[in-house]
Design a protein around this ligand. Structure first.
Ligand SMILES: [Zn+2]
Ligand SMILES: [Zn+2]
Length: 145
């Protein structure tokens, strides 16, 4: 499953003539295999052993390239650094308030909210974002002990 999606991402990059480098490939692999909405820093830490010459800036630049091609979505949460999501189809996020883990939650898009917001405010609505907060199963388990 991950391999297939990595291949699709590689193909998408090819059509835009973005050169595939071992680093780029490793970042893609990490994104699709971890499915964890990592920050650039987390990816850097996971891969620095393999690529000692790579910097956080390199990781960040690569993520920007992926974003431009439409392979990843950037999620910003206030002041903390951006997280990157390799699932670009519509979905919502459930966020653990203890460890900040983000889990995908598939639920039909709340299009009515956008329609109603348009009616009520007169805005031309482009998108919406909904986040659900709680405590993840792992953190709940830790609390018990
Ligand atoms: Zn947690
Ligand atoms: Zn997601």
């Amino acid at each position: 499953m991950a391999t297939e999606r990595i291949q699709q991402a590689v193909n998408a990059l090819k059509t835009t003539r973005v050169r595939m480098t071992p680093q780029r490939h490793a970042i893609l692999e990490y994104l699709f295999e971890s499915m964890s909405h990592p920050t650039a820093d987390e990816i850097y830490k996971a891969l620095e052993g393999k690529f000692p010459n790579m910097s956080v800036a390199t990781v960040y630049n690569n993520l920007r390239v992926f974003k431009d091609v439409g392979i990843v979505k950037e999620l910003t949460y206030g002041d903390s650094s951006s997280r990157f999501d390799c699932v670009t189809t519509e979905h919502y996020h459930v966020i653990c308030e203890e460890c900040e883990k983000i889990v995908d939650f598939h639920y039909p898009g709340l299009d009515e909210v956008e329609t109603l917001a348009e009616h009520v405010t007169g805005f031309q609505i482009e998108s919406h974002r909904m986040e659900i907060y709680g405590t993840c199963d792992e953190c709940l388990e830790k609390k018990k002990h």
